[in-house]
Structure formats: structure tokens, C-alpha cells
Design a binder for this molecule. Structure first.
Ligand SMILES: Cc1ncc(COP(=O)(O)O)c(C=O)c1O
Length: 363
């Protein structure tokens, strides 16, 4: 189950989808850059043409942004399309994942006829990424008694919000490379902690693929644009697994305008730094709730003992508010929810609503 399905909720509640308050998908609350609207309007004439199959202009813009060669970049229909293609492109049959984490890595492995095996981060350690254990497993090239072909690191991780240092990720890359295994680093939320990203250097590290998304920080979930960075050879291997024209003309135009708007990016980061701290303080003040530290634009929160995430999710949904029930994510407990950081007004509303439900439940 993924977040962001305002449509099902709207149908159930007989409301307009835009009336649903969505804390289940973590999207920049300031919305897309104003330049995106202008670029889309100016490109209406492109609708009657196929999109550029090479995403040429967007790849040039991304190459300038990251100071790398465009041949290192592959654009996909959201990073989900790239996650789907990776097992085939890299020849991965057994992949290590670090739970609790994003479900699509394991799901894509199963769809490709392969398998995922899991290493678990400790709740007692606030789900910190177990980097030493991870390096150890990669050096051995085996987990649970069987060989593995690679590891995927969600960095920062969803739903826990945890990230390690860029130096630690580099150490993992070295350990992985020693045995010729693959390291996939999903940096879908790394715009919020650039000092922990291994870009741009890692774009040319052998046996490493880095994924980025235009969905979260650039607030373009409806257009489906993501990209991968890897060596030229690996980028070509990945490109060959994608269907033609998978990235729409409007997706390409919008992503290009978004990447080029540095002022909106700075404003978004400033807002998030402030508002994340404010929301954290309000959540911590909710009696019995445990709030995990985060490097992203969401919080993993454990409800007080006696509460179930599923029940809280249901009660909020009935009020037109979506949150992410994380109780089914392997490695979390049944009280775990994930909340996006939204606007000041929205954040105040969710804290008030949860507080009210907790009080009602206690009485
Ligand atoms: C960690 C992570 N990676 C990748 C994705 C996929 O994002 P998209 O396909 O919209 O780029 C998601 C979506 O929720 C995610 O949470």
C-alpha cells in the first residue's frame, strides 16, 4: 500500500479529491516552482507530438545541475519505473534491503522473478541505518546463508527518516564493489539533506546506481519523472530496459523548469527546516507518542501504547485526512504511522485532530 491515493478516499467519502488533506505522501508543501506553470503553458503545442525519447533537454539541465556528463543520466516515468527496471538491467536475482523501508524494492524483485532478503535496523537505535553490519554482509557477499547480488539503500530512508553520513555510504560502496556486487542508493528524499548525499561523485562510481525523484522536493507527483545516475555503461544498460517515450512531454518540460529554479529550491529548504522543527515539537508534546528523528520531510511516529496505527488511520480517513499506516512495513510495530510535513495550517490541524482522537480514545 502506498500513500497519496486521494482518489479512493474521495470516492469513499463522496468528496472532491482536492478536499482530501493528504499527509500520506510527502510532497513539498510549497508546491511546484511557479516556473513550472509557465513552462507547461508555453509548451501546449507539444501535446500533439511524441515526447523526446532521449529526454535530451532535461538530461542537459540535470547534467549542468550535477556537474556531470549527460550520458551518466537516465530519465524514467518516476523513479518507480527505474526501480522496476533495475533487476533486469543489472542482472540482480537476490537483493538485500534494509527494513523497514520502501516496499517497491522487494516488490520489483519479485515481479522480475527474483528475491529480496532483509537486514533489520533496530528500533532501540531509532532505526539508525546499521551501516557496519551492512558493510560486513556486503564484504561477505552472503546473507542468510545464500549469496546476494546487491543491496539497495533508501537514503534518507522511508519511512524512518534515517540517513547516515556521505562517508559511510562511500564506505558501503567500497565494501560492495570489492565483490563486484551492486549498490543502489535511492535518494528520493535527499534534496532535504544534501550534505548526506554522495552526489555528484558517485555518478561515476562503478557498480553504483543513484536514484532521484522529481516527485517529492519538486512537487510533481502527477507528472511522473525520476532519474538514475550511474556510469555510462550502466546507464545504457538501464536505458535499454525502459519502454520508448515513457516520460511525457509535459513531464520533461516541467522537470526542466523545476530544476532550473534555484530560488524556489532555496525557499523550499528554508521553509522545511523551520516547519519540520515546529511540527516535531508539537508531535513530541502529544502524550505517549514517540517521534523518530528525521532527515527528510516526514516523521515516523509511534502512537501511545494501546493504540493501533490502523485504527488511527481509519478514524482520520473518515475525517478526510490521509496518513501513512506503517504497521505492515516489516520491522515496525503496530503503532507506527508516517506523517508528511505540510503547511503551517495543515500541520496545526493534524496535531489538533490526532490530539483530540487520543484524548477521546483515552476517556
Ligand atoms: C523512497 C522512495 N523512493 C522512490 C519512490 C517513487 O517515487 P516516484 O516514482 O514518484 O519518483 C517513492 C515514492 O513514494 C519513495 O518513497
Amino acid at each position: 500500500m502506498h500513500g497519496g491515493d486521494i482518489y479512493s478516499a474521495a470516492r469513499e467519502l463522496k468528496r472532491n479529491p482536492t478536499e482530501i488533506l493528504d499527509f500520506s505522501a510527502s510532497i513539498n508543501p510549497l508546491g511546484p516552482s511557479p516556473q513550472v506553470w509557465k513552462a507547461i503553458t508555453a509548451s501546449r503545442h507539444l501535446l500533439s507530438h511524441y515526447p523526446d525519447p532521449n529526454c535530451w533537454d532535461l538530461r542537459q539541465a540535470l547534467a549542468i545541475f550535477w556537474h556531470i556528463d549527460p550520458e551518466h543520466i537516465v530519465v524514467g516515468n518516476g523513479s518507480t519505473e527505474l526501480i522496476e527496471a533495475l533487476p533486469r538491467a543489472l542482472g540482480i536475482h537476490r537483493l538485500l534491503v534494509v527494513q523497514p523501508t520502501f516496499s517497491e524494492y522487494a516488490a520489483a524483485m519479485v515481479r522480475a522473478g527474483g528475491q529480496a532478503t532483509a537486514l533489520f535496523a533496530d528500533r532501540s537505535d531509532q532505526y539508525a541505518i546499521p551501516i557496519d553490519r551492512l558493510c560486513h554482509v556486503m564484504e561477505a557477499g552472503r546473507h542468510d546463508g545464500r549469496s546476494i547480488d546487491g543491496v539497495v539503500l533508501c537514503h534518507p530512508n522511508s519511512p524512518t527518516g534515517q540517513a547516515c553520513s556521505a562517508d559511510d555510504v562511500a564506505r558501503l560502496a567500497k565494501a560492495t564493489r570489492r565483490r563486484g556486487l551492486w549498490l543502489v542508493i535511492d535518494e528520493a528524499f535527499a534534496d532535504y539533506c544534501p550534505d548526506r548525499s554522495v552526489l555528484p561523485h558517485a555518478a561515476s562510481w562503478p557498480h553504483v546506481v543513484i536514484l532521484r525523484s522529481m516527485t517529492k522536493f519538486y512537487a510533481l507527483p502527477g507528472l511522473r519523472v525520476g532519474y538514475a545516475m550511474a556510469t555510462r555503461i550502466t546507464a545504457r544498460q538501464l536505458q535499454r530496459q525502459l519502454p520508448p517515450w515513457s516520460v511525457s512531454a509535459m513531464g520533461q518540460v516541467a522537470a526542466l523548469a523545476a530544476v532550473n529554479d534555484a530560488a524556489h529550491a532555496r525557499k523550499s529548504l528554508r521553509f522545511m527546516a523551520r516547519e519540520r522543527e515546529r511540527l516535531q515539537a508539537s508531535l513530541v508534546a502529544l502524550p505517549g507518542c514517540v517521534v523518530m528523528p528525521t532527515h527528510a520531510n516526514y516523521f515516523l511516529v509511534e502512537l501511545p501504547l494501546g493504540w493501533q496505527a490502523r485504527e488511527m488511520t481509519k478514524q482520520l480517513r473518515n475525517k478526510g485526512v490521509l496518513i501513512r499506516d506503517c504497521s505492515s512495513v516489516p520491522g515496525t510495530n503496530s503503532r507506527s504511522i508516517r506523517l508528511a510535513v505540510r503547511t503551517v495550517q495543515d500541520n496545526d490541524r493534524i496535531v489538533r485532530t490526532i490530539s483530540h482522537l487520543l484524548l477521546q480514545g483515552a476517556s
